[in-house]
Ligand binder design. Structure first.
Ligand SMILES: *[C@@H]1O[C@H](CO)[C@@H](O)[C@H](O)[C@H]1NC(C)=O
Ligand SMILES: *[C@@H]1O[C@H](CO)[C@@H](O)[C@H](O)[C@H]1NC(C)=O
Ligand SMILES: *[C@@H]1O[C@H](CO)[C@@H](O)[C@H](O)[C@H]1NC(C)=O
Length: 318
């Protein structure tokens, strides 16, 4: 009986499995990972004084730091073009496109730009500047945290942080310029509306919208109330262009959202996530987290990943 109770306690405490192995350079912030078509190697892009690139032959590493995607910054004229954020990289017809944000912490003077490369390597990136999603202090959205997806014959960009939440805009030329009709996909009416970092993917009959909820950083200055630190949340929709709901059926434009991964054990504040279709493991979720044994500063954040399993059509970090 006692051992049964102990087992139950362990099961409750360890609701999530530990992150998969990472060796080599495991620092990451807002990671975006893509597998290179030519050789299957993994490239990881992070926010860190610009868009930082690392690569590895397996998701486990060893990861090697390569340098910056746009070392001279961007040609965009809004935000801080020398300190780009939140990379989102996609492969289309032989070219890799990287969306990025130019902003400043806590500011809505923001814009989203795009660069392209055929190899992903440092020195190979050409900047194309703004795509047309720009915000200022009078807007109810913040033009950061881009995430591109194709749905049917069209392509879309998800973006947003805080204020009115996460939005979607249809691209007009599919890759480098956007329309100007923005649809709200997710909004948290409570607290300081702190949802951001959208990443959408398609799986079987649904489009899944993941985002990060809570306080992303500043943990060394003051810890948020327990549960208010970053965590990864999911909503789903059959169209991908609206009507996202959580597992309870609550609309995600009305504070809905089901937690996929939150702090546990030594893992604190996981977020800035993405989903990768690993050739052997299937869909995995990757993210950054503060490791309580290493330190809680942004420049100490670690790269984490877990296999995803599925329960009743919802992704689970077992
Ligand atoms: C992921 O799943 C594969 C099997 O598909 C397994 O070998 C591997 O250990 C799993 N990794 C983690 C970190 O759970
Ligand atoms: C945003 O830009 C406007 C116009 O350039 C400027 O007045 C304002 O101070 C900026 N706000 C922030 C928070 O950077
Ligand atoms: C919405 O914000 C409240 C207050 O911060 C928080 O308790 C809640 O978990 C958030 N919900 C989601 C789905 O992010």
């Amino acid at each position: 009986m006692l051992s049964y109770i102990l087992l139950l306690c362990v099961a409750l405490v360890n609701a999530y499995s530990d992150p998969g192995t990472c060796s080599g350079s495991c620092w990451a912030h807002d990671p975006n990972v893509i597998q290179r078509k030519s050789d299957g190697s993994f490239f990881r892009f992070s926010t860190g004084g610009g868009i930082h690139i690392s690569s590895a032959s397996t998701i486990e590493g060893p990861w090697t730091d390569l340098g910056y995607a746009l070392p001279g910054g961007s040609i965009v004229t809004v935000g801080d073009a020398s300190n780009l954020w939140a990379p989102d990289v996609h492969y289309v017809d032989g070219t890799y496109y990287m969306y990025y944000a130019s902003s400043a912490l806590g500011s809505r003077n923001s814009t989203i730009g795009v660069a392209s490369s055929t190899t992903l390597e440092v020195g190979s990136w050409t900047d194309h500047g703004e795509i047309g999603v720009t915000s200022s202090t009078s807007d109810d959205y913040n033009a950061i945290d881009p995430n591109w997806i194709t749905i049917g014959d069209a392509s879309y960009l998800q973006f947003g942080s805080y204020w009115q939440g996460i939005f979607q805009v249809e691209m007009t030329d599919s890759l480098t310029s956007s329309g100007d009709s923005y649809t709200n996909l997710a909004y948290n009416a409570s607290g300081n509306h702190d949802i951001e970092a959208a990443f959408m993917f398609e799986y079987e009959d649904y489009y899944y919208l993941t985002y990060s909820s809570g306080t992303a950083q500043g943990y060394t200055t003051s810890l948020p109330a327990q549960g208010d630190e970053y965590r990864i949340v999911v909503c789903r929709s059959t169209t991908g262009t609206g009507d996202f709901v959580d597992q309870d059926g609550t609309a995600c434009t009305n504070s809905g959202g089901t937690t996929v991964l939150a702090s546990h054990d030594y893992v604190y504040g996981p977020g800035g996530q993405g989903i990768l279709d690993h050739p052997v493991y299937g869909l995995i979720v990757y993210y950054h987290y503060a490791d309580k044994d290493i330190g809680l500063a942004v420049d100490q954040y670690q790269f984490g990943w877990n296999n995803l399993t599925w329960t009743d059509g919802w992704p689970v970090v077992a």
